[in-house]
Design a protein around this ligand. Structure first.
Ligand code: PSU
Ligand code: MN
Length: 304
């Protein structure tokens, strides 16, 4: 595979030190400029403060870059949706044609696994879309979680998705869904969803032990660790769900589908809430970066 791992990341991996991967679709398609760049750089800083090395992943001129530098992150943020959003099925075209590509959860997992990075922190993961019984729109993120050996730390999935169906698919694919200090599945902007996770983990060490058990048993596939948004930034479920319903209806009436739908909904929700949802989004990513670094450190300690 055509990849370039930055020297700091390579060194950390060789020494068995903690590394946390980060995605680039959240930069180019998930948030507006310049908050996207500020957030991406702050997330890297938080990971360092927690004693791990960040590796922001993206595709530049057909090369998978594991550990983009600040200038490259700035370019991703500025170019935004001009950059192709690349999931598993898009990868061959982008690599062969030497294009730029923003990696989704699925492709970030592919590159992280290739580089030997176990942990990846992000905001929300893709899932089964509402109405999937008619549209068949199920994110490739779920397929990837079923097959690729990376642990993803997220704030659950947004209620733009059908959360009960998303949990069913994850169960079918054998993906452990763990709550970080909670037995409820968080729903991104809210700490609760009324749905249960498979298991509530106490702390970073508990998480690391479960990841190690899965790897020791060679049970291929990912693990989803769901870390609820900090209380002070969380939304009231009724309030945010009304906004989400409005955005989903708008997408339907405009006939938006396929890979466009998730970026459309994210942007509309931010517009309707006048940026408050963006602030929530940024804070939960910070929270996941810190948790990811702590878990990665505990995992390295177990393996040393
Ligand atoms: N959900 C979010 N923020 C995001 C995404 C999802 O709350 O930025 C991005 C991630 O990169 C995820 C992708 O992998 O959207 C899923 O897209 P799709 O639903 O088209 O598979
Ligand atoms: Mn889709």
């Amino acid at each position: 595979m055509n990849i370039r791992i930055n020297p700091e990341v390579k060194e950390a991996l060789a020494a068995g030190n903690a590394v946390v991967a980060l995605e680039s679709t959240i930069i180019s398609h998930g948030m507006p400029y310049p908050q996207n760049v500020e957030t991406a750089l702050s997330v890297e800083k938080i990971i360092r403060e927690h004693g791990a090395v960040p590796a922001t992943i993206g595709i530049i001129d057909g090369t998978g870059v594991i550990g983009m530098n600040p200038g490259e992150i700035e370019e991703f943020g500025k170019k935004g949706t001009e950059i192709l959003k690349v999931s598993r099925r898009d990868l061959p075209v982008v690599m062969a044609e030497g294009l730029w590509g923003a990696t989704t959860v699925a492709t970030t997992m592919i590159f992280a696994a290739e580089a030997g990075i176990e942990f990846f922190a992000t905001g929300g993961v893709g899932g089964v879309h509402r109405g999937a019984e008619l549209t068949f729109d199920v994110s490739a993120d779920l397929e990837e979680l079923g097959r690729t050996n990376v642990t993803v730390i997220c704030a659950g999935a947004k209620a733009i998705l059908d959360l009960p169906k998303t949990l069913e698919v994850l169960e079918t694919k054998g993906v452990p869904v763990l709550g970080y200090g909670t037995n409820e599945l968080p729903a991104f902007y809210t700490r609760s969803s009324g749905l249960k996770v498979d298991y509530a983990i106490k702390d970073a060490q508990d998480a690391a032990k479960i990841v190690k058990a899965k790897r020791d048993f060679r049970l291929d596939g990912g693990i989803l660790i769901c870390n609820p948004i900090p209380e002070e930034y969380s939304y009231d479920a009724g309030e945010i769900n009304a906004v989400i319903d409005e955005a989903v209806k708008e997408a339907e009436s405009k006939g938006i589908k396929g890979k466009e739908i998730t970026p459309f909904l994210l942007a509309r929700i931010a517009e309707i809430t006048g940026g408050r949802s963006l602030e929530a989004n940024i804070r939960l990513v910070f929270n996941n970066a810190a948790a990811g670094a702590e878990i990665a450190k505990e995992y390295c300690a177990l393996n040393k």
